[in-house]
Write a new protein. Structure first.
Length: 287
């Protein structure tokens, strides 16, 4: 028995768009594609002459463009009535909510999405995509969405997928900053291939315990019970980090913001707290 595969329109053929198109084609989905700049369609896909033609071809329309403004510019004069629009363009929570209202006003059902994968990870077990918005759209197209990455529904607020997406990317940015600083410190003295296993092992060991530990303290509001490494202790130790960087001639621009926040929280009387207390130094209520 032949299983019907949902036909999909994909707007945008950047590196992520091409990865998505390839995964859907490999899974047997008919794919119509459009890209702003001229180029060759992935093998097996139908190349539309315009965004309007691409949207008209299928009910399920996926946008994977540069930014929120690009989505509006590309679809501004396009008939979206009766379409299910899924936006996999990186945006902010407010932009996701605005785009949901915009789509509804044009007769389309809307899902916003956050792709938690690189193009090379698409269609592998490591990839997942967060979605928020109209639950019925997610349920109806779950199988098609699962062909490119594990689909995870983040709720009916269309801004939630973007919020989680940016929060996770922000965590990655901080991690990458620390990794880059660590490699800079050891450059020329410790071979990077020798240092990498130590660094990866430490990060893996700390990630689970630290992440869940911060979450538990934030949930309970208790930042001072059974503290293993207080902010005051860490603040004192930070001097060694800065002096070592100075000795090595390495810029501290990647770690200074975190150390400065810690010093401020200690000065404000929060030295007995665990690292979870630093969250309070970033939120509106603390300012």
């Amino acid at each position: 028995m032949t299983t019907h595969k949902t036909p999909i329109t994909l707007l945008g053929l950047g590196s992520m768009g091409r990865a998505l198109a390839g995964a859907w084609l490999a899974a047997g989905h008919p794919v119509t594609v459009w890209n702003r700049s001229a180029g060759k369609a992935p093998e097996g896909a139908t190349l539309a002459a315009s965004a309007a033609e691409a949207v008209a071809a299928n009910r399920l329309v996926v946008a994977c463009l540069l930014d929120d403004a690009s989505v509006e510019a590309v679809l501004d004069r396009t008939d979206l009535s009766g379409r299910d629009l899924i936006n996999l363009t990186t945006n902010t929570p407010a932009e996701g909510r605005k785009r949901a209202e915009w789509a509804a006003g044009r007769g389309a059902r809307f899902l916003d999405g956050g792709v938690m994968a690189t193009p090379a990870m698409i269609a592998t077990p490591a990839a997942f995509i967060l979605y928020s918005g109209v639950a019925e759209v997610f349920d109806e197209h779950r199988d098609a969405l699962a062909a490119v990455a594990d689909p995870q529904f983040a709720g009916t607020d269309p801004g939630h997928a973007a919020l989680l997406d940016v929060a996770l990317l922000s965590a990655m940015s901080g991690l990458f900053g620390g990794l880059v600083h660590a490699f800079a410190l050891t450059e020329g003295e410790v071979p990077p291939r020798e240092f990498a296993p130590m660094l990866a092992g430490l990060m893996a060991a700390l990630a689970q315990a630290t992440t869940h530990g911060i979450a538990e303290r934030l949930a309970t509001g208790d930042h001072t019970t059974n503290v293993e490494s207080s902010l005051a202790m860490q603040d004192v130790a930070s001097g060694t980090l800065l002096r070592t960087a100075a000795e090595r001639g390495v810029s501290t621009e990647l770690i200074e913001p975190y150390l400065a926040l810690m010093a401020r929280r200690v000065a404000e009387g929060h030295g007995a707290e665990e690292s979870s207390g630093l969250v309070g130094g970033l939120t509106p209520a603390s300012r």
